[in-house]
Each structure stands twice: as C-alpha cells, then as structure tokens.
Ligand binder design. Sequence first.
Ligand code: GZL
Length: 357
Amino acid sequence: MRKLLRVAAVLVVFALVLSGCGGGGGGSGDSGDVTQGMDRKIVMGYSQIGAESEWRTACTNSVQAAAKEWNIDLRFSDAQQQQQNQLQAIRTFIQQKVDIIAFTPVVETGWEAILKECLDAGIPTICVDRSIEGSDRASSNPSDMSDPDNWFTAFIGSNMEDEGNRAAAWMMANVASIKPGKSVYNIAELQGTVGSSAMTGRFKGFRDALGIPAAQALGTSSDGKYSIILSQTGDFTRAQGKQVMEAFLKSNPNDIDVLFAHNDDMAIGAIQAVEEAGKVPSKDIIIIGVDAVKGAFEAMVAGTMNASIECNPLLGPQVMETAVKILNGQTVEKWVLSNESDYDQSNAAEAYPTRQY
Ligand code: GZL
C-alpha cells in the first residue's frame, strides 16, 4: 500500500509540473500567457467616453472582446462623458507604465498636454473613433510637434464629414419621391455632442453637400431646394433627441419635412416625439440617422425611419492589431479607416439578420 501511495504522489507532482502549476509557473512556455504576435503579454489602457448610445456600447464590446482575443491585459476606464475623467485615467495609465494607451476623445479640444505627457513617458497612443482638434489624420513631418497628428501614433475610425455628405446625398436623392411636389424642403437637425469630431464632421459634411457655409447652423442650399430651419444638440442620446424634437414641433408644428439626426439614438427618440404630435414618421417627416445600429434597422423595417448612414463601431480588432504592430516597431497608417455602407427601407430587412450591432 505504502509503495502504491508513493507512486501516486510522484504521478501527481509530475502532472502538476507539466501543467505549469507546480509553483514558479505562469508565463514561461505557457502559450496562453503572451499577446498574439508578441513575446510577452502587453498592457493597454483604454479611456472610453461612456455609454451614451447603442453605438458606444457596441464599440466598447468590440474593444473588450478583441483584447481577450489578442490576450491583451486591457485596463478599461469609462469617463461618463467627462473629459476630466479621461485625462485622469490617462495619467493613471502613465503612472502604471502601461505599454500603450488608446483613447476616444469626448471633444476635440484639450488633448495637447496629456498626449505630450504620454510621449514624454515613451507610451504610444492610439486615437479611437473620434479625433482631436487640428488633426487631419495625416502627418507630413513627424518631427513637427506643432502638428496635432504627431501627438498620437494612429487614428482608427470613420470619416465623419463623409457621413454628413452621405446623409445629404441620400436626402437629395429620395425626398421628392417620399414627399412630392414641394419647392423647398425644411430640415430640422439634431446635432451630436457639441465640440465632438462626430458632431463637427457630420455638421460640416451635410452643409458642404448642400452648398451651405459650414459656419452657419441655419441656411438654404445653393439650389434653393433645402433649408435648415432648426438645429440644436441632442447630445447623441434618445432622451435628449426626443426632448429637442418635441420643442421643434412646438415651435414649428407644420414646417418640418426632414429630420437629420447625427446618430440613430436621437432619431429614435425624435420618432417618439413625432408620433406623440400626431404625425407619421418617415412620411410626414422623413427621418435620417447615422450609425446603422440595430434600433435603426428595427425602425426602418417597421417603416418609421427612412435611412441610416453606417458608422462602424466594431473597431476592436483594428485597435489591437495596430497596438501590436506599434509595439513590434512596425510602421502603421496614421489613419486606419473603417468600412461603411448606407441603409434605407429598400435594403434594411435583408441586412438586419446579419447585423453585429
Ligand atoms: C461616431 C461616434 C458617435 C456615434 C454616436 O464615431 O463617436 O458617438 O455616432 C456615439 O452614436 O454616441
């Protein structure tokens, strides 16, 4: 019996050593303990804006899932829409000596000092989704530190001006068939978070396509057919989108032909206000959003929303791949552009079942 116990004990120790749990294990030779494409496990700090919309939640889910997939230790911070919280989180990441920092700037201004602190600490940064003031996501002279594009290593995200352009293009191609016989179409606009690159880009892109100066909130297109008569921020949320649309309908009960909302969440809130005012959304008032989130597909399939311009939140894989390239010393594009399409009631039902967000 004693002999049997001795043999069993040897076998147990042997098994433990093989599995790497025999003390002193963890990491050496255990393939699960290194980041894909690296010889060690890297630590990333990520400062996310908050959870204001379906889009933001999808973006967060994508980043967190991709960090798991790449075996990256992700230190995630939710700033609850406050830039001060973002600056504090990034300073903490610097103190923790993380390998790389990703951040989504809630507004475009106020990033020079913190990004230079990252540079001084030798920590590369990736700007995710929204961009910073003065950045055109191209760097002609990498040593020119007056160029904001040299304060961070790479930008991953959409072209917001293009999204505004595409919203105007869809509107000009479709309004006459939905509301025929009008010489002028009056537009109400729900702006996103004031000062965010998503808001400034869509605001400018929409006006550029209509020939309205980007500095003007209200104005009439160069061909005289489209007039922006109302424009106010709904801060990218359903609740505020509804509130502002209620106010629009109170002040202009019968003037609005088109709503352009800088994101689907505000459009969906506005649809509730349109219905409560006794009007038919997507017929009396044409509803155009941006993001192409599930809520927009449900509304387009239900016939209460006309179109949504896609803005891809599934940025996680590109963030992780870019981080590994940077830490491996590879050169990366200054702008890793997302791929996007546009959806309306002609293609929403077909696309909806396979949507990932
Ligand atoms: C766009 C992103 C915007 C979305 C909104 O890239 O920053 O912020 O359009 C989200 O839904 O709140």
